[in-house]
Ligand binder design. Structure first.
Ligand code: AHM
Ligand code: MG
Length: 341
């Protein structure tokens, strides 16, 4: 689905934007728009709960949350259940998968099935909640592969390049929803006073070169020499940016990715001794952010090729992730070619 011109006026609501998109593209089904609305509603509900969490935790205001560890688990579960509940009855999905559920989530028999699948990371970075650090929700939509009936695992195990749409919500100093359905990337900021997401970042483009690297450098002793070398190049001013880069690492993927998308920069989670395949999940983290990144003019790679071309073999598969400004990711890919395993 491409993006038309003239539907990107700042301040328009997400609902208006989706309605106009549908008019521009008659083939864009109401089913897709309805699914997006359900995701948006989930984001509003999760945002409300995340905002309450600090207060509840500090003052013990709710029955759910009294001690810090419970707050985290409660919010993870709350976010997961909120999304599942909002999307499973609408008849748009044939199955879902979530980082919180080991197996495929089926649509209950009492509801109709539809032509899409949804994969979610309901609350990424949730270990940061107690410190009031930004967290996020990541989601990815594919068209089903099986013709009808309950969705099967192959409906979800699809490469990122076949995503129909993908995006994330960041619960930060404001709540922002960023999505792409192919050609353009658009960001909407939640105005809590009216309960609407308003278009704030139309047609986002990421800088070709970014002077930020984001990684857990505490693991660098166990990195492969090519990852160590890349970071040394950026720090020493020999990178594409031509001067020493800044290190910025929140440890919350959506927040690190979003900052780099806006300012330029590269995020990397290479293989480490404790995560030999990388830490981040292909279907619920890497592939959706890769679709957003590429649509904004950036690159996302495993080091050996596009994240979007990786064929998944299991729901919770992990991959090395290098994502962000084009020139920094190209540097990584060059080092992968030059420095053998
Ligand atoms: P999670 O899905 O268990 O929350 O883990 C994912 C998070 C990402 O948000 C973040 O980029 C990464 O883990 C941070 O890992 P580390 O603490 O090893 O730096
Ligand atoms: Mg996660």
């Amino acid at each position: 689905m491409g993006e038309p011109n003239g539907v990107h006026e700042k301040g328009m609501t997400f609902t208006q934007h989706m309605a106009e998109m549908q008019q521009e593209f008659p083939e864009a089904s109401g089913e897709f728009t309805a699914l997006m609305q359900e995701i948006m509603l989930s984001a509003k509900i999760i945002s409300r709960e995340v905002r309450k969490a600090g207060l509840a935790d500090a003052l013990g205001l709710t029955g759910h949350v009294n001690v810090q560890g419970e707050a985290v688990q409660y919010l993870d579960e709350f976010a997961n259940q909120t999304i599942i509940r909002n999307v499973h009855h609408g008849g748009h999905l044939c199955a879902l998968s979530s980082e919180e559920n080991e197996d495929l989530i089926e649509i209950p028999d009492r509801y109709p099935t539809g032509k899409y699948t949804l994969t979610i990371d309901p609350l990424d970075g949730s270990s940061n909640i107690d410190a009031n650090v930004s967290i996020g929700t990541i989601w990815s939509i594919h068209r089903r592969r099986t013709p009808e009936g309950p969705g099967q695992i192959e409906d979800v195990l699809q490469p990122g390049r076949d995503q129909v749409a993908a995006g994330y919500v960041i619960y930060g100093s404001s709540t922002i929803l960023v999505y792409t359905s192919g050609a353009g990337v658009h960001g909407f900021t939640l105005d809590p006073s009216i309960g609407e997401f308003l278009l704030s970042h139309p047609n986002l483009r990421t800088p070709e070169i970014g002077l930020i690297y984001s990684t857990n450098e505490g693991h660098s002793a166990s990195w492969h020499p090519r990852d160590q070398q890349a970071v040394e190049i950026w720090k020493s001013g020999r990178g594409p940016g031509g001067k020493p880069y800044s290190a910025r690492y929140i440890g919350s993927l959506v927040a690190d990715f979003h900052r780099n998308l806006l300012y330029g920069g590269v995020f990397l989670y290479p293989p480490t001794v404790s995560h030999r395949e990388g830490k981040l999940r292909l279907l619920s983290e890497a592939a959706p952010l890769a679709m957003v990144c590429e649509a904004a003019g950036g690159l996302a790679s495993t080091g050996r090729g596009r994240i979007l071309d990786v064929i998944p073999t299991s729901l919770h598969q992990r991959v090395p992730l290098y994502i962000g400004s084009r020139r920094e990711v190209e540097l990584i890919e060059r080092l992968y070619r030059e420095i053998p395993d």
